[in-house]
Design a protein around this ligand. Structure first.
Ligand code: ZN
Length: 313
Protein backbone atom coordinates (compact mmCIF):
# COMPACT_ATOMS: atom_id res chain seq x y z
CA UNK A 1 0.00 0.00 0.00
CA UNK A 2 1.32 3.38 -0.98
CA UNK A 3 1.13 5.73 1.99
CA UNK A 4 1.19 8.81 -0.22
CA UNK A 5 -2.44 8.30 -1.09
CA UNK A 6 -5.89 9.24 0.02
CA UNK A 7 -7.11 6.37 2.22
CA UNK A 8 -10.86 6.75 1.66
CA UNK A 9 -13.10 8.89 3.85
CA UNK A 10 -11.81 10.33 7.13
CA UNK A 11 -15.02 11.83 8.55
CA UNK A 12 -18.29 13.40 7.51
CA UNK A 13 -19.69 16.46 9.28
CA UNK A 14 -23.40 17.21 9.36
CA UNK A 15 -25.76 19.73 10.94
CA UNK A 16 -28.42 18.95 13.52
CA UNK A 17 -30.96 20.98 15.44
CA UNK A 18 -31.35 19.63 18.97
CA UNK A 19 -28.12 18.41 20.61
CA UNK A 20 -29.66 15.90 23.01
CA UNK A 21 -31.93 14.38 20.37
CA UNK A 22 -28.91 13.97 18.09
CA UNK A 23 -26.81 12.38 20.85
CA UNK A 24 -29.59 9.96 21.81
CA UNK A 25 -30.23 8.88 18.22
CA UNK A 26 -26.63 8.15 17.27
CA UNK A 27 -25.48 6.58 20.56
CA UNK A 28 -28.67 4.83 21.71
CA UNK A 29 -30.63 3.97 18.55
CA UNK A 30 -27.67 3.40 16.19
CA UNK A 31 -25.13 2.39 18.86
CA UNK A 32 -22.17 4.50 17.78
CA UNK A 33 -19.68 5.56 20.42
CA UNK A 34 -19.43 9.24 21.34
CA UNK A 35 -15.65 9.50 20.98
CA UNK A 36 -15.32 13.25 21.51
CA UNK A 37 -17.50 15.91 23.05
CA UNK A 38 -16.09 19.32 22.21
CA UNK A 39 -17.28 22.64 20.79
CA UNK A 40 -17.30 24.11 17.32
CA UNK A 41 -13.87 25.76 17.19
CA UNK A 42 -15.33 28.66 15.19
CA UNK A 43 -18.44 28.98 17.40
CA UNK A 44 -17.69 27.72 20.95
CA UNK A 45 -21.29 28.11 22.15
CA UNK A 46 -22.18 25.12 19.96
CA UNK A 47 -21.27 21.52 20.60
CA UNK A 48 -19.22 19.43 18.20
CA UNK A 49 -19.99 15.72 18.64
CA UNK A 50 -17.84 12.99 17.11
CA UNK A 51 -19.34 9.50 16.81
CA UNK A 52 -17.43 6.42 15.66
CA UNK A 53 -16.05 3.04 16.65
CA UNK A 54 -14.14 2.41 19.88
CA UNK A 55 -11.20 4.69 19.08
CA UNK A 56 -12.81 6.85 16.40
CA UNK A 57 -10.75 5.32 13.60
CA UNK A 58 -10.76 7.52 10.47
CA UNK A 59 -13.45 6.18 8.15
CA UNK A 60 -15.86 5.60 11.06
CA UNK A 61 -16.29 9.20 12.23
CA UNK A 62 -19.56 11.07 11.78
CA UNK A 63 -19.55 14.49 13.43
CA UNK A 64 -22.31 17.01 14.13
CA UNK A 65 -22.73 20.66 14.85
CA UNK A 66 -26.05 20.83 16.69
CA UNK A 67 -27.21 24.40 16.10
CA UNK A 68 -30.36 24.71 18.21
CA UNK A 69 -33.15 26.38 16.25
CA UNK A 70 -31.33 26.49 12.92
CA UNK A 71 -34.29 24.97 11.08
CA UNK A 72 -34.34 22.36 8.36
CA UNK A 73 -32.01 22.42 5.38
CA UNK A 74 -32.69 21.01 1.95
CA UNK A 75 -30.95 17.98 0.54
CA UNK A 76 -30.21 18.67 -3.11
CA UNK A 77 -27.50 19.45 -5.63
CA UNK A 78 -24.14 20.69 -4.40
CA UNK A 79 -24.25 18.61 -1.20
CA UNK A 80 -23.25 15.21 0.09
CA UNK A 81 -26.76 13.84 0.45
CA UNK A 82 -26.52 10.21 1.64
CA UNK A 83 -24.21 8.53 4.13
CA UNK A 84 -23.75 4.77 3.74
CA UNK A 85 -22.68 2.69 6.75
CA UNK A 86 -21.18 -0.74 6.29
CA UNK A 87 -22.83 -3.55 8.26
CA UNK A 88 -22.11 -7.28 8.23
CA UNK A 89 -23.89 -9.64 5.86
CA UNK A 90 -27.18 -10.63 7.49
CA UNK A 91 -27.38 -7.58 9.79
CA UNK A 92 -30.20 -5.80 7.95
CA UNK A 93 -33.08 -7.84 9.50
CA UNK A 94 -31.81 -6.81 12.96
CA UNK A 95 -31.87 -3.16 11.93
CA UNK A 96 -35.33 -3.41 10.40
CA UNK A 97 -36.61 -4.66 13.73
CA UNK A 98 -34.71 -2.05 15.71
CA UNK A 99 -35.76 0.91 13.54
CA UNK A 100 -39.36 -0.32 13.74
CA UNK A 101 -39.11 -0.43 17.55
CA UNK A 102 -37.92 3.19 17.57
CA UNK A 103 -40.60 4.22 15.01
CA UNK A 104 -38.01 5.18 12.37
CA UNK A 105 -39.46 4.60 8.88
CA UNK A 106 -37.16 2.82 6.44
CA UNK A 107 -37.07 1.55 2.88
CA UNK A 108 -35.37 -1.64 1.74
CA UNK A 109 -33.66 -1.42 -1.64
CA UNK A 110 -30.75 -2.78 -3.63
CA UNK A 111 -28.06 -0.41 -4.82
CA UNK A 112 -25.26 -1.71 -7.02
CA UNK A 113 -26.51 -5.23 -6.18
CA UNK A 114 -26.05 -4.64 -2.46
CA UNK A 115 -28.77 -4.93 0.18
CA UNK A 116 -29.51 -1.44 1.44
CA UNK A 117 -31.74 -0.03 4.16
CA UNK A 118 -32.46 3.68 3.76
CA UNK A 119 -33.78 5.85 6.60
CA UNK A 120 -33.41 9.32 8.10
CA UNK A 121 -32.14 10.68 11.39
CA UNK A 122 -34.47 12.91 13.48
CA UNK A 123 -33.38 15.99 11.47
CA UNK A 124 -33.89 14.34 8.07
CA UNK A 125 -30.26 13.42 7.33
CA UNK A 126 -30.34 10.55 4.81
CA UNK A 127 -28.60 7.41 6.08
CA UNK A 128 -28.16 3.94 4.62
CA UNK A 129 -27.08 0.58 5.99
CA UNK A 130 -25.31 -1.41 3.30
CA UNK A 131 -24.34 -5.07 3.32
CA UNK A 132 -21.32 -4.99 0.97
CA UNK A 133 -21.55 -7.79 -1.59
CA UNK A 134 -19.22 -10.69 -0.88
CA UNK A 135 -16.85 -12.26 -1.79
CA UNK A 136 -14.73 -9.14 -2.30
CA UNK A 137 -15.76 -7.52 0.98
CA UNK A 138 -12.67 -7.08 3.14
CA UNK A 139 -14.25 -4.86 5.78
CA UNK A 140 -12.92 -6.35 9.03
CA UNK A 141 -13.57 -3.31 11.20
CA UNK A 142 -14.99 -4.14 14.63
CA UNK A 143 -18.16 -2.21 15.50
CA UNK A 144 -18.62 -0.58 18.90
CA UNK A 145 -20.97 -2.81 20.90
CA UNK A 146 -23.70 -1.64 23.28
CA UNK A 147 -26.03 -3.64 25.54
CA UNK A 148 -28.65 -3.67 22.74
CA UNK A 149 -26.40 -3.93 19.71
CA UNK A 150 -23.91 -6.78 19.49
CA UNK A 151 -20.74 -6.20 17.56
CA UNK A 152 -21.85 -8.78 14.90
CA UNK A 153 -24.62 -6.44 13.71
CA UNK A 154 -23.23 -3.03 14.68
CA UNK A 155 -22.02 -0.26 12.38
CA UNK A 156 -18.49 -0.91 11.07
CA UNK A 157 -17.98 2.60 9.74
CA UNK A 158 -18.63 4.29 6.43
CA UNK A 159 -19.14 2.28 3.28
CA UNK A 160 -19.75 5.24 0.99
CA UNK A 161 -21.05 8.73 0.60
CA UNK A 162 -23.30 10.01 -2.20
CA UNK A 163 -22.86 13.49 -3.64
CA UNK A 164 -25.83 14.93 -5.52
CA UNK A 165 -24.75 17.16 -8.39
CA UNK A 166 -26.26 19.13 -11.21
CA UNK A 167 -23.48 17.74 -13.41
CA UNK A 168 -20.99 15.06 -12.37
CA UNK A 169 -18.07 15.63 -14.80
CA UNK A 170 -15.99 18.21 -12.95
CA UNK A 171 -16.44 16.50 -9.59
CA UNK A 172 -15.53 13.13 -11.13
CA UNK A 173 -12.32 14.70 -12.39
CA UNK A 174 -11.39 15.88 -8.88
CA UNK A 175 -12.02 12.37 -7.53
CA UNK A 176 -9.91 10.66 -10.19
CA UNK A 177 -7.20 13.17 -11.05
CA UNK A 178 -6.52 14.65 -7.61
CA UNK A 179 -7.77 12.15 -5.04
CA UNK A 180 -6.89 8.92 -6.86
CA UNK A 181 -10.34 7.32 -7.14
CA UNK A 182 -11.20 5.07 -10.09
CA UNK A 183 -14.50 5.13 -11.98
CA UNK A 184 -16.35 1.85 -11.37
CA UNK A 185 -19.97 1.05 -12.25
CA UNK A 186 -22.92 3.13 -13.32
CA UNK A 187 -26.52 2.49 -12.24
CA UNK A 188 -29.11 4.87 -13.62
CA UNK A 189 -28.00 8.43 -12.78
CA UNK A 190 -25.51 7.14 -10.25
CA UNK A 191 -21.78 6.80 -10.91
CA UNK A 192 -19.65 4.80 -8.51
CA UNK A 193 -15.99 5.64 -7.76
CA UNK A 194 -13.75 3.36 -5.71
CA UNK A 195 -10.37 4.09 -4.19
CA UNK A 196 -7.95 1.28 -5.10
CA UNK A 197 -5.75 1.81 -2.01
CA UNK A 198 -8.25 1.19 0.76
CA UNK A 199 -10.46 -1.73 1.80
CA UNK A 200 -12.90 0.40 3.81
CA UNK A 201 -14.76 3.71 3.43
CA UNK A 202 -13.38 3.85 -0.10
CA UNK A 203 -16.53 4.40 -2.17
CA UNK A 204 -17.95 7.71 -3.45
CA UNK A 205 -21.13 7.78 -5.55
CA UNK A 206 -22.09 10.74 -7.71
CA UNK A 207 -25.81 11.17 -8.35
CA UNK A 208 -26.61 13.44 -11.28
CA UNK A 209 -29.81 15.42 -10.79
CA UNK A 210 -29.78 18.18 -13.44
CA UNK A 211 -33.33 19.25 -12.57
CA UNK A 212 -33.22 18.51 -8.87
CA UNK A 213 -33.56 21.17 -6.18
CA UNK A 214 -30.44 23.01 -5.09
CA UNK A 215 -29.20 21.88 -1.68
CA UNK A 216 -29.32 24.24 1.27
CA UNK A 217 -27.14 23.71 4.33
CA UNK A 218 -29.00 23.62 7.65
CA UNK A 219 -30.27 20.84 9.95
CA UNK A 220 -30.49 17.41 8.31
CA UNK A 221 -27.79 18.08 5.72
CA UNK A 222 -24.09 17.35 5.48
CA UNK A 223 -21.73 20.27 5.88
CA UNK A 224 -18.62 18.66 4.38
CA UNK A 225 -16.87 15.37 3.76
CA UNK A 226 -13.25 14.74 4.68
CA UNK A 227 -10.81 12.44 2.90
CA UNK A 228 -8.17 10.62 4.89
CA UNK A 229 -4.39 10.94 4.56
CA UNK A 230 -1.78 9.42 6.84
CA UNK A 231 0.02 12.53 8.13
CA UNK A 232 0.60 16.25 7.64
CA UNK A 233 3.47 15.85 5.14
CA UNK A 234 1.16 13.98 2.79
CA UNK A 235 -1.59 16.50 3.55
CA UNK A 236 0.64 19.26 2.18
CA UNK A 237 1.44 17.20 -0.94
CA UNK A 238 -2.31 17.21 -1.63
CA UNK A 239 -2.44 20.96 -1.07
CA UNK A 240 -0.04 21.34 -4.02
CA UNK A 241 -2.13 18.97 -6.17
CA UNK A 242 -5.33 20.91 -5.49
CA UNK A 243 -3.62 24.23 -6.26
CA UNK A 244 -2.09 22.78 -9.43
CA UNK A 245 -5.61 21.88 -10.59
CA UNK A 246 -6.55 25.57 -10.32
CA UNK A 247 -8.74 25.24 -7.21
CA UNK A 248 -8.48 27.33 -4.08
CA UNK A 249 -7.62 25.66 -0.78
CA UNK A 250 -7.12 26.82 2.81
CA UNK A 251 -3.81 26.71 4.66
CA UNK A 252 -3.28 23.83 7.10
CA UNK A 253 -5.64 24.12 10.07
CA UNK A 254 -5.06 22.42 13.44
CA UNK A 255 -8.31 20.72 14.52
CA UNK A 256 -6.65 19.30 17.69
CA UNK A 257 -7.49 15.68 16.71
CA UNK A 258 -6.26 15.98 13.10
CA UNK A 259 -4.84 18.54 10.68
CA UNK A 260 -7.05 19.79 7.88
CA UNK A 261 -7.27 21.54 4.54
CA UNK A 262 -10.57 22.61 2.98
CA UNK A 263 -11.47 23.20 -0.64
CA UNK A 264 -14.73 23.45 -2.56
CA UNK A 265 -14.96 21.07 -5.49
CA UNK A 266 -16.49 22.47 -8.70
CA UNK A 267 -19.88 20.79 -8.07
CA UNK A 268 -20.26 22.81 -4.87
CA UNK A 269 -19.51 20.21 -2.19
CA UNK A 270 -17.09 21.27 0.55
CA UNK A 271 -14.20 18.79 0.66
CA UNK A 272 -11.66 18.47 3.43
CA UNK A 273 -8.44 16.49 3.66
CA UNK A 274 -7.65 15.31 7.20
CA UNK A 275 -4.81 13.39 8.81
CA UNK A 276 -4.71 10.26 10.96
CA UNK A 277 -2.49 12.07 13.45
CA UNK A 278 -2.79 12.82 16.31
CA UNK A 279 -6.19 11.11 16.88
CA UNK A 280 -8.78 11.24 19.66
CA UNK A 281 -6.66 9.81 22.47
CA UNK A 282 -4.47 12.94 22.46
CA UNK A 283 -6.41 14.49 25.37
CA UNK A 284 -8.23 11.60 27.10
CA UNK A 285 -7.71 7.84 27.45
CA UNK A 286 -9.39 5.33 25.13
CA UNK A 287 -11.55 3.92 27.96
CA UNK A 288 -13.23 7.25 28.72
CA UNK A 289 -13.33 8.88 25.26
CA UNK A 290 -16.22 11.31 24.95
CA UNK A 291 -17.12 11.33 28.64
CA UNK A 292 -16.08 14.90 29.46
CA UNK A 293 -16.25 18.19 27.58
CA UNK A 294 -12.94 18.88 25.83
CA UNK A 295 -12.06 22.42 24.84
CA UNK A 296 -9.28 23.63 22.58
CA UNK A 297 -6.55 25.62 24.38
CA UNK A 298 -7.86 29.00 23.21
CA UNK A 299 -11.22 28.43 24.99
CA UNK A 300 -10.05 26.70 28.18
CA UNK A 301 -10.06 30.03 30.06
CA UNK A 302 -13.74 30.49 29.16
CA UNK A 303 -14.78 26.99 30.26
CA UNK A 304 -17.35 27.95 32.91
CA UNK A 305 -18.97 30.47 30.57
CA UNK A 306 -19.09 27.95 27.70
CA UNK A 307 -20.52 25.20 29.92
CA UNK A 308 -23.33 27.57 30.94
CA UNK A 309 -24.43 28.36 27.36
CA UNK A 310 -24.18 24.83 25.94
CA UNK A 311 -27.50 22.96 25.77
CA UNK A 312 -28.30 20.35 28.42
CA UNK A 313 -27.69 16.77 27.40
ZN1 ZN B 1 -14.27 18.22 9.02
Amino acid sequence: MNDHQVLGLHHITAIANDAKRNLDFYTKVLGLRLVKKTVNFDDPGTYHFYYGNESGTPGTILTFFPWEGIGAGQNGTGLATHIGFSVAKGAIPFWKERLTAFKVPFEETELFSQKTLSFKDPDGLQLQFIEPASPDNKDNRIPWATTDIQSQVGIKGFYNVTLTLEKADATAKVLTDILGYEASKQEGQKLRFIHPHTQTAGVVDLLEAPNGPRGYNAAGTNHHIAFRVKNDDILMEYREKVLAAGLQITPKIDRDYFFSLYFREPGGVLFELATDNPGFTIDEPLETLGSTLKLPKQYEGMRSKIEKVLPRL
